[in-house]
Design a protein around this ligand. Structure first.
Ligand SMILES: [Zn+2]
Length: 72
């Protein structure tokens, strides 16, 4: 289960997500420079989101496990 932050383009559309392993990493993650473009600020708990495949936590680099439906 992942914690997500929305990444918006210049029109406010959600174009991507940042994946984080925990609420702690979410609140500690402060992207800078190009990586910060469009990333919404930490807005509180947004965890337990199902993701379809493994992603790397944007803050600590741990694997955030996805559902991996292809393997089921
Ligand atoms: Zn993490």
């Amino acid at each position: 289960m992942a914690h997500l932050r929305h990444i918006n383009d210049s029109t406010g559309e959600v174009v991507d997500y940042a994946y984080l392993c925990s609420d702690y990493c979410n609140s500690e993650w402060h992207p800078e420079g190009i990586a910060a473009d469009g990333v919404e600020p930490y807005g509180g708990w947004y965890g337990c989101q199902e993701i379809s495949c493994d992603e790397v936590c944007a803050n600590c680099g741990e694997i955030v496990e996805g559902i991996n439906e292809e393997e089921a």
